[in-house]
Ligand binder design. Structure first.
Ligand code: HSE
Length: 310
């Protein structure tokens, strides 16, 4: 039996729409992500458990794990009868890379189970395709960090999909999921088809500036570039209280604040644990809409998908 865990991630990181993502783990040791157990069987069998298993489609063929298994078998040209248990700990449509967690854990588990027929690049390619089936278009900014860990820049050139970018070790990432779901497909569909030259120039400056600040380890400069002028202005109308929460979080002293992935999770960055706790407390009180919602203070997860329980 093999058990694989894949961590949650923040897509876009405010400044790199579709091409920047970071894997995160709560500092209190809680596991934020999905896990997969796989073992041999006479035929394909899928069991869903975990806090958010009831949000999964009842038809297993619509489950991303069945789709991952089906695709994987086609690629390796072999039918592998396995029994898979998905522990769905991530809320669906949260903006924390929930589908990516399942896809990554599922494919890494299958690849391990079959003695790694696919290399990192082929596996990541497959993860992107499956993510694209769910959200309407391929984007790697959740699957890449969830698989590889760290802060990932999607380059898709020279047969390389993603590259690691230096992180700021002191940064604490506060994530607040309000307890409601937002379809990635819907929040992608509402984005403009075209952007003006001014927006393109500003966006290039922000992303290039952020990457430069990362390589030269200038955290204050980096946070000034975390400005989302591509998605956030169009998506805030789908996220109740986001603007109010962002204003307050920044006034409290957060270095940056934006939408995690396609929302509705909000993320904020700060360097001081006392302030992080204060912000987390405020978000718990003012941003969560129900008891399902949660707030976590996180570090970057530099490991990505890994075996657990051995
Ligand atoms: N980059 C994607 C988007 C992430 O913003 O639509 C989805 O989680």
């Amino acid at each position: 039996m093999i058990k694989i865990f894949a961590p949650a991630s923040i897509g876009n990181v405010g400044v790199g729409f579709d091409i920047l993502g970071v894997a995160i783990s709560p500092i209190d040791g809680n596991l934020l992500g999905d896990s997969i157990e796989i073992m041999s069987s006479n035929q394909f069998h899928l069991i869903n458990k975990g806090k958010f298993a009831n949000e999964l489609p009842s038809d297993n063929k619509k489950n991303i794990i069945w789709q991952s298994w089906n695709y994987f078998c086609k690629i390796i040209k072999k039918d592998i009868p396995v029994s898979i248990t998905l522990e769905k700990n991530m809320p669906i449509g949260s903006g924390l890379g929930s589908s990516a967690c399942s896809i990554v854990a599922g494919l890494v588990a299958m690849n391990e189970f079959c003695n790694k027929p696919l290399n990192t690049s082929k596996l990541l390619n497959l993860m992107g395709k499956l993510e694209g089936n769910i959200s309407g278009s391929i984007h790697y900014d959740n699957v890449a960090p969830s698989y590889l860990g760290g802060l990932q820049l999607i380059i898709e050139e020279n047969n390389i999909i993603s590259q690691s970018i230096p992180i700021f070790k002191k940064w604490l990432w506060i994530v607040a999921w309000p307890g409601v779901n937002l379809s990635t497909e819907v929040s992608r569909a509402l984005l403009p088809k075209k952007y003006t030259k001014e927006i393109c120039i500003q966006h290039s400056k922000n992303l290039a500036g952020f990457i430069h600040a990362s390589y030269t380890q200038q955290p204050n400069l980096a946070t000034t570039f975390i400005k989302d002028i591509i998605a956030e202005p169009h998506r805030i109308k789908l996220i109740p209280n986001f603007s109010y929460a962002k204003k307050n979080v920044l006034e409290m002293g957060a270095l940056s604040c934006s939408i995690s992935g396609s929302g509705p999770t909000l993320f904020a960055i700060c360097e001081n644990i006392t302030l992080a706790k204060k912000i987390a407390k405020w978000l718990t009180k003012h941003y969560l809409q129900n008891k399902k919602g949660f707030v976590h203070i996180c570090n970057v997860n530099n490991v990505g998908a890994c075996k657990i329980g051995e």
